[in-house]
Design a protein around this ligand. Structure first.
Ligand SMILES: O=C(O)CCC(=O)C(=O)O
Length: 262
């Protein structure tokens, strides 16, 4: 599918500002496993998020920057309030509630930075699929990934890539890191987001530029699954969370009881 076709599927037209068609985005993700949705947040918000993230990256660089140039920041919800607002973006919530059910939860809120020269990642699927015995179920989607582009994602700077339709394969990829002709590179302007089924085979491309490439990753999961990060613990660190944040961070999730109430 061409970039233009993906943009059309996400509601973008040549003549107007983007219009978002939630039902079409959901059906695109069901069919192909992903949809790149353009222009969801303005540049000035990307600047503010990027500045907060770069501060954290510097603070954690000694411990968390990998030799290949990849650096992840975990537990963002507990580190800076600004990131929590991404979790409740209305369009993204509408899409993922339609896909995973109204009671879905946020599973993790992290960031990924590719320093200049960072090598490619490897083809993988997201949590919880890599925790499950194969063949895992793919008819009922369990989890999704949202990759917020804080910088333009380009072919040169390490945009995410995925294999269309691979979210219906009930097993982990075993193709290592090498590029495959099956792959599609998810390019887009900053402020756009890649919406992916969590079972989609994906990777990030090498960063061949002189600038860092930053993305914020928000995963969602069905309410009966175990989240990837401890979101209830992070909820306790959020000042005055909204009702939506409380629900998404598991305040009402069923947890095992210590004794039988009956
Ligand atoms: O940062 C990216 O482009 C992809 C990140 C990713 O696939 C992951 O962290 O699982």
């Amino acid at each position: 599918m061409s970039v233009a076709a993906i943009a059309r599927a996400s509601g973008e037209t040549k003549s107007s500002r983007p219009r978002y068609d939630v039902a079409r985005i959901i059906s695109t993700i069901r069919e192909r496993g992903f949809c790149v949705v353009p222009n969801l947040i303005p540049g000035r918000r990307c600047d503010a998020l990027g500045a907060a993230l770069r501060r954290l990256l510097r603070e954690e660089e000694q411990v968390n920057r990998r030799p290949n140039g990849h650096q992840r920041v975990l537990h963002l919800a507990a580190k800076h309030a600004r990131f929590v607002d991404l979790v409740t973006h209305p369009l993204v919530l509408s899409v993922w509630r339609g896909y995973l059910g109204d009671d879905m939860l946020c599973s993790s809120l992290t960031a990924n930075a590719l320093w200049p020269g960072c090598s490619e990642q490897y083809w993988h699927v997201d949590h919880p699929y890599w925790t499950m015995a194969q063949p895992y179920p793919v008819d009922l989607p369990l989890a999704t990934q949202t990759i917020w582009m804080l910088d333009d994602f380009t072919v040169e700077n390490g945009a995410t890539a995925g294999i269309a339709g691979s979210h219906r394969r009930p097993h982990l990829p075993s193709i290592g890191a090498a590029w495959t002709e099956e792959g599609t590179i998810f390019t887009g302007r900053r402020g756009s987001a890649v919406l992916m089924d969590g079972a989609l085979w994906h990777t990030s491309r090498p960063n061949l530029t002189e600038a860092m490439r930053c993305g914020v990753l928000v995963k969602y999961i069905r309410s009966f699954c175990v989240t990837q990060e401890d979101m209830r613990l992070q909820l306790a660190a959020i000042k005055r969370p909204s009702k939506t944040v409380e629900q998404l961070f598991g305040a009402h999730q069923y947890v095992p009881t210590r004794s039988f109430p009956y």
